[in-house]
Design a protein around this ligand. Structure first.
Ligand SMILES: Cc1cc2nc3c(=O)[nH]c(=O)nc-3n(C[C@H](O)[C@H](O)[C@H](O)COP(=O)(O)OP(=O)(O)OC[C@H]3O[C@@H](n4cnc5c(N)ncnc54)[C@H](O)[C@@H]3O)c2cc1C
Length: 386
């Protein structure tokens, strides 16, 4: 006899873990099936930036609601998510200055602590930065980064403490249906049945959608990052930064600086590719770029580099909700920016499953059906990954 639950979640990344936590809090029996181990996918490789600056309201709302969790982790979840406040600076080129101003107004309307600052202010906050190629930036003094692996582990531990089950080394190999609705899954460890199955399989979610008979525009996205040993001249730390002019982001971690690039992130690779090593040429490009913004980095040294895979959609926004098979929900497609919104997304998807609609944040614009309807999500900055 197949084991049964109210909800089966495929994947124990930060999103599967968050959803399990919120569903278990509402009293449901939940089984999380993970083919490897907790945070084995994108979550374990994530840079962990936590900020609210976005060019669409739904993203800012999800990030802001999630920030409540990051700031009050012990009380709301338990354990430790490793949140570190560094301050966050969003740098944009001069042609995006008006869009930046409009976004900050939107974020302030939501109550988010975000301000427009001048290039001179950026110099004062980070004296080692070159600031002659932009006029203004957005500044979030409360933002920073968290530890994605720790976050996922804390969420799944809290979920298990209130009854959720986690099976690791258990790959879903088939999706069972009857009469147009999902009834369960087949796995390498037998069959499991439930009236609700959630695909939270990250870069592998496209494969599972196909197993469920769904044709959706879903791809894989590869992203490399490196850690640099920071030279002492830069000081003890520096803010977390997204730097559109240089197509770069970076943040501190102890005496290291983590660096990622917005360009050169290939689509369509197998998600089982080599994520333990960065692609040839990545480190050279990243070093060149970080040295353009912080020339003193030339005195730094490479610490390590690796890659990771996430699921990506055509508008680089997640797919949240039903997609054509009753009971089969998507909670995937986070397109390289899903970590910081994970606490709120889990809460909203739990509301969607239990109440028929998400009340905490209206996520209806992120329905997987938007692609067939031609209602893609777009903001002033356009898709950032290329
Ligand atoms: C290098 C990198 C840096 C990033 N930096 C940031 C950042 O700074 N800020 C930010 O907000 N976001 C960032 N992201 C994006 C963010 O990390 C992801 O959006 C998020 O972690 C996705 O979580 P997930 O749970 O959806 O997927 P994953 O963490 O990939 O989890 C999916 C899980 O499903 C499991 N699985 C797959 N197939 C099956 C199957 N058939 N059966 C059972 N289990 C299965 C996998 O093993 C995996 O553990 C980054 C991503 C990468 C790759």
């Amino acid at each position: 006899m197949a084991e049964t639950a109210d909800v089966i979640i495929i994947g124990a990344g930060v999103h599967g873990a968050s959803l399990a936590f919120h569903l278990a809090q509402r009293g449901l029996t939940v089984i999380v099936l993970e083919k490897r181990f907790v945070a084995a996918g994108a979550t374990g490789r994530s840079s962990g930036l936590v900020r609210m600056h976005y060019d669409t309201e739904v993203d800012s709302r999800l990030a802001w609601e999630s920030f409540r969790y990051f700031r009050n982790w012990k009380e709301l979840v338990g354990g430790d998510c490793g949140f570190t406040r560094t301050g966050f600076i969003q740098i944009v080129a001069r042609e995006h200055a008006d869009a930046l101003r409009a976004n900050v107004v939107m974020q302030q309307r939501l109550g988010i602590p975000s301000f427009i600052i001048s290039a001179e202010d950026v110099q004062r906050l980070a004296p080692s930065f070159v600031t002659d190629d932009f006029d203004i930036a957005a500044y979030e003094p409360e933002s920073g980064f968290a530890m994605p692996g720790d976050t996922a582990l804390a969420l799944i531990t809290a979920a298990r403490a209130i009854g959720a089950r986690l099976l690791q080394d258990c790959a879903v190999t088939g999706v069972q249906t009857a009469g147009g609705r999902v009834t369960g899954v087949e796995t390498t460890r037998g069959a499991f049945s439930a009236p609700v199955v959630v695909n939270a399989a990250g870069a592998w979610a496209g494969q599972l959608n196909k197993l469920a008979g769904l044709e959706l525009p879903y791809d894989t996205w590869r992203h490399d990052t490196m850690f640099v040993k920071r030279p002492t001249g830069i000081g003890q730390s520096h803010p977390t930064v997204i730097d559109f002019p240089k197509e770069l982001y970076f943040r501190p971690e102890g005496g290291l600086t983590l660096v990622g690039l917005e360009d050169g992130n290939p689509l369509g690779e197998s998600p089982d590719g080599d994520a333990d090593h960065a692609k040839p040429g990545f480190v050279e490009r990243a070093i060149e770029r970080i040295c353009e913004r912080i020339p003193l980095m030339e005195q730094g040294g490479l610490h390590s580099a690796h890659g990771g895979y996430d699921g990506i959609t055509p508008d680089q926004h997640p797919m949240l909700g039903l997609a054509g098979l009753d009971g089969f929900y998507l909670d995937c497609g986070f397109s390289g920016t899903g970590f910081k919104i994970s606490p709120a997304v889990g809460l909203c998807v739990a509301e969607l499953i239990l109440d028929g609609t998400a009340k905490t944040v209206d996520i209806s614009t992120l329905s997987p059906l938007r692609f067939a309807q031609g209602k893609l999500v777009s903001g002033a900055y356009q898709n950032i990954w290329h």
